[in-house]
Design a protein around this ligand. Structure first.
Ligand SMILES: *Cc1c(COP(=O)(O)O)cnc(C)c1O
Ligand code: SF4
Length: 350
């Protein structure tokens, strides 16, 4: 058995609910594809299984709600060509391909993902490389998509060579869900190819949303990178019915950290059309964040972050620990994580 890509294949392995059976593929929805590996982790007897929710579509995707958009981050207006997004001064995002081995129902880049446009063309690669050469303020490139590891090792080798040739000290982030969706893709050969391009560091950016996704195979796959000197960082999305629970996130973050994957971001879901079923109330998210900060070490704690609408960019949602400021005394009143208060005075005023 390979990946599942049709409802009829899916109905042979899962007892589909009426909502799941009523899903309709539309131009903005991402395709149905569930890898064999991920399928094997789904509990077929639980219609609310948190892994199932991430990959099995329902008719709730077909609802268009107020406040939603296909491109709430206004990535299109920050794009240079169809593949390069330059939203923040020091870093760019290169959309290597729109293909993923498995599609997340919460995908926020569904305007692009899964349209089957395929890999970036040689012209896309050359124009991105030229852009890098003209913009030395760009220190980092996110290679994302879609999933860059759907490309062959030799294609990745070529792209990275062109980008590093244009900008030798460019830090490259490989943004991929393969460690969760298909860990067998990550081989010694792949990692050796990255290591060959050693003029600047790579970072592996994973997406694990639930502790059950961190299987032995996944941990092994990430270890190949980390052992090769490529640090791993995780970006989770806060998803209703998947991980909107402080115990689940505590377990996820501790398990990530133990396996040398630094919890980096916990994203508030963007207001993307078709993802309303995954939305978590901001107040609930902030409450989870406060409790996580009490329970987790600084290393295990991700940054709970929203990408503001209309291209406003990322902001931390950690709430403030400042209650008030006394300008005359040069002091600030703080609440402590335990809910007490303390005064911090500016050293110049003591
Ligand atoms: C999130 C994002 C980045 C990277 O932001 P960091 O805060 O540095 O992780 C870069 N480009 C785009 C378009 C992004 O959305
Ligand atoms: S792996 Fe990323 S790009 Fe691919 S479907 Fe999931 S969220 Fe979207």
């Amino acid at each position: 058995m390979s990946s599942i890509t049709t409802i009829s294949q899916l109905s042979k392995v899962l007892n589909l609910t009426p909502d799941e059976l009523a899903w309709k593929e539309t131009p903005i929805s991402v395709p149905l594809s569930i890898t064999e590996h991920f399928m094997s982790l789904i509990d077929p007897n639980d219609p609310n299984d948190p892994l199932r929710r991430q990959v099995v579509p329902t008719c709730k995707e077909n609802h268009v709600n107020r406040g939603e958009s296909e491109d709430p981050l206004e990535e299109v207006s920050h794009s240079h060509g169809s593949r390069l997004i330059h939203r923040y001064p020091s870093r760019v995002n290169f959309l290597t391909t729109d293909v993923c081995p498995m599609y997340c129902r919460h995908c926020f880049r569904r305007r692009f993902t899964g349209n089957l446009a395929g890999p970036a063309t040689e012209q896309d690669i050359q124009s991105a490389a030229a852009y890098l050469a003209q913009h030395p303020e760009v220190k980092e490139m996110l290679m994302s998509g879609g999933d860059p590891l759907t490309l062959s090792d030799s294609m990745l080798d070529h792209m990275i060579g062109e980008f590093r040739n244009a900008s030798p000290h460019l830090i490259i982030r490989i943004c991929t869900r393969f460690p969760a969706s298909m860990p067998s893709r990550i081989t010694e050969d792949l990692v050796a190819m990255f290591k060959k391009h050693s003029s600047a560091p790579f970072y592996l950016m994973t997406q694990f949303n639930h502790p059950r996704e961190l299987t032995q195979e996944s941990i092994k796959a990430v270890s190949l990178f980390v052992d090769a000197g490529i640090p791993a960082m995780n970006q989770s999305v806060l998803l209703r019915g998947v991980n909107d629970d402080v115990d689940v996130l505590e377990e996820l973050c501790n398990k990530l950290l133990f396996n040398r994957i630094k919890p980096y971001y916990l994203f508030q879901g963007d207001m993307v059309t078709g993802t309303s079923d995954f939305r978590v109330h901001l107040e609930k998210g902030m409450e989870i964040e406060r409790e996580l900060r009490r329970r987790l070490s600084g290393l295990a704690m991700p940054n709970y972050t929203a990408d503001l609408p209309d291209g406003g960019g990322k902001v931390p949602l950690c709430g403030s620990y400042i209650i008030s400021q006394d300008k005359e005394k040069g002091s600030w009143n703080f609440r402590t994580p335990e809910g007490e208060t303390r005064v911090l005075t500016d050293p110049l005023y003591i």
